[in-house]
Each structure stands twice: as structure tokens, then as C-alpha cells.
Design a protein around this ligand. Structure first.
Ligand code: HMG
Ligand code: MG
Length: 310
């Protein structure tokens, strides 16, 4: 299998941590039910391909995301893997479920906009923050790492453009609550690189350094990789991606698949940036998963590498 020629860019970091979201963001939006054992095997194969942080599932209300209603069956099948396995929890009920199964990392997920807070969490932005505060406090007391997601950082399907100050306010609230990492979500994939740089600069100026930030790009307009490069140039070193480009959000119809992990690894390999991921094994995993789902992966890199004959 061909790999890109490596040419280092000294302005970029030497290492990037990939936060793999395929098993959660990828599968939460699948139309057909994926058997629990297939999900578990997906997570095992991702770990074997060298991914070190793999978001496993969500402990949300099963009626809100039926695709992940098997979290109690899934998590015990993967929890002993030697990787970080964060899970989504929206509230204390979700945290209780995650703690009961021995989860070591959780993520809460806020919205920068009122419309998405209502659609995704049945709360206003501030009501959702009030729901997260005791959840985060208890998780930290229990010794867990806590990530805070922020959705609709660059645009919202109902409200349009989202002012940077609005995003900074909610990100700060999550940071002050104790979330050690903040992931900036372009839920509907409308961001462009200049916008990414402007938001990161505004967050730095508000006291949130790049070292605490991660970027989470959906690829609706084909901008996810350019946006990632802009974030890396700025100083961010944690990037969310989804194997095979799976993904979307059931509560934002215009959300498409995430940045494909293979497309990201191809670029990072070419730049000589270490990730620890074996692109051949990862591509094989996404081809296997595409077979399970009955449709080809949307990732350009998966398609190119799996169809290559010479
Ligand atoms: P609600 O209907 O307001 O719930 O939903 P409630 O707090 O009123 O509780 C109602 C009942 O649900 C109660 O039961 C609770 O115990 C139960 P009752 O007392 O009536 O018998 N309940 C639960 N049961 C199991 N697990 C729970 C749970 N919580 C309450 N955790 C709620 C509010 C937050 C629960 C709901 O809106 C929800 O689950 N939303 C999750 C939506 C979601 O998962 N969306 C996708 C993930 S976000 C995303 O994809 C974006 C991201 O990728 C970043 C990006 O791209 O931007 C992260
Ligand atoms: Mg997402």
C-alpha cells in the first residue's frame, strides 16, 4: 500500500493525539441498528490500529439516541483495552451509569446556541450548563478525566452565524467548571480556516490555551482537513476524527460525517507528525466496518487505498 512522502513543516507540532469518535459520533446516527458485538469489534480493531483515545459510546437517554441504547452491554466488552475510552454523559444519571461500569473518562456536551441546546438537550444553554456542573464536579471527585464538548461553534442550522463571543462564553463556563479538555465542534461543517484561527485566538485571549483545546470538524463542505491544518498551525495538538468518515448528529440534520481519521492520518504522516496510528490497519478496519454497514466509506483515503491496484 502506498504512503505519502514525508516532508516536515517546522511550524507544525511533532505529535498529534487523535481522539477517535467513530464508535460514538459515527454510529449514533446510523439508520440501521448495529449489533453490539460489531461495535465492540470496531473498538478493538481501532485500538489494534494504534488509536489511543477511542470514544466508546454514550450514556444518554436511550429514547434520544436509540443507536447507542446498548451502552451497558457494549462498555464491559471493551473496558479492559489498554486505551483511553471516554464516554458521553449528559447529566448525573448518565454519570451514574458510566461509573457503575468503571468508566475512567467522561464528556459532557454543551451548545453555543440556544436552538441546538433545545434540540439536543431539551434545555436552554444555561440550563444545560447547570445540568453539567454537578455532573462534572462529581466526575472529578471520582477521579475521572472530563472533556467538555461545545457544539455549533462556527454556525448553526437555525441561527446561522454564531458570534465568537458567544462561543467563548460557553467554552469558558465549561473550563471553569473543571473540564480539562474543551473540544470545539463544527457540528454542521461550515467553518473555514480563518474563522478557526479567529476563534482559537479569542479563546487564548480569554485564558483558554491551545493545550486545553481540541478541534472537532464535520466535513459537510470538504473543509475539515484545511480547518484542522489551521488549528495545528495555531498550536492545537488534539484532533477529533472518525474512522472511515462515519458520523453526524441525529438532532442536526445538516450534520454529516466527521473528518475521516484516514484522511487526517494521511496528511499527518506526510507532514512527519507522529500519531502512533498504522494507516494500513486503520483502513482495513474501515473497509470491514463499511461491509458491516452495507455501504462504502465516504473517506477519500479509504477509497483510494482500498481500490488501489498498483
Ligand atoms: P429530558 O427528556 O429533558 O430528560 O432529556 P429529563 O432530565 O427530564 O429526564 C426524563 C427521564 O429520563 C427521567 O426518567 C430520567 O431519569 C431519564 P423518569 O424519572 O421520568 O423515569 N434520564 C435518563 N435515562 C438514562 N440515561 C440518562 C438519562 N437522563 C435522564 N442519561 C437529556 C434530557 C439530556 C437526557 C436528553 O436530551 C438526551 O439524552 N440528549 C442526548 C442527545 C445526544 O446524545 N446527542 C448526540 C450527542 S451530541 C453530538 O453529537 C455533538 C458532538 O459530536 C460535538 C459536535 O459535533 O458538535 C459531541
Ligand atoms: Mg460531532
Amino acid at each position: 500500500m502506498s504512503l505519502p512522502m514525508t516532508v516536515r513543516d517546522p511550524a507544525l507540532p511533532g505529535r498529534v493525539r487523535i481522539h477517535e469518535v467513530g464508535a460514538r459520533d459515527g454510529l449514533q446516527n446510523e439508520k440501521t441498528a448495529v449489533p453490539t458485538e460489531v461495535k465492540a469489534e470496531f473498538v478493538r480493531r481501532l485500538a489494534a490500529a494504534g488509536l489511543t483515545t477511542i470514544e466508546a459510546t454514550s450514556f444518554v437517554h436511550p429514547k434520544w439516541v436509540p443507536q447507542l441504547a446498548d451502552a451497558e452491554e457494549l462498555f464491559p466488552r471493551v473496558r479492559d483495552l489498554p486505551v483511553r475510552l471516554p464516554v458521553l454523559v449528559p447529566n448525573e444519571r448518565g454519570l451514574d451509569r458510566a461509573l457503575a461500569l468503571g468508566a475512567r473518562e467522561v464528556a459532557v456536551f454543551a451548545s453555543a446556541t440556544e436552538s441546538f441546546a433545545k434540540a439536543n438537550l431539551n434545555r436552554t444553554v444555561d440550563e444545560a450548563l447547570a445540568m453539567f456542573a454537578p455532573t462534572v464536579t462529581r466526575a472529578i471527585e471520582a477521579g475521572l478525566k472530563v472533556r467538555g464538548y461545545l457544539s455549533m461553534c462556527f454556525g448553526d442550522p437555525w441561527e446561522g452565524a454564531v458570534p465568537v463571543e458567544q462561543v467563548v462564553r460557553v467554552t469558558k463556563a465549561l473550563a471553569d467548571m473543571g473540564c480539562d479538555e474543551l473540544s470545539l465542534g463544527d457540528t454542521i461543517g461550515v467553518a473555514t480556516p480563518g474563522h478557526v484561527g479567529a476563534l482559537l485566538t479569542a479563546l487564548n485571549e480569554a485564558g483558554v490555551p491551545d493545550s486545553r483545546l481540541a478541534v472537532h470538524f464535520h466535513d459537510t463542505y470538504g473543509q475539515a482537513l484545511s480547518n484542522t491544518l489551521a488549528a495545528l498551525r495555531h498550536g492545537v495538538t488534539t484532533v477529533d476524527a472518525s474512522a472511515g468518515g462515519l458520523g453526524g448528529c441525529p438532532y442536526a440534520k445538516s450534520a454529516t460525517g466527521n473528518l475521516a481519521t484516514e484522511d487526517l492520518v494521511w496528511m499527518l504522516d506526510g507532514l512527519g507528525i507522529e500519531t502512533g496510528v498504522d494507516l494500513t490497519a486503520l483502513t482495513a478496519t474501515s473497509v470491514w466496518m463499511a461491509d458491516q454497514l452495507g455501504r462504502p466509506s465516504p473517506s477519500r483515503t479509504v477509497r483510494a487505498l482500498s481500490h488501489k491496484e498498483s
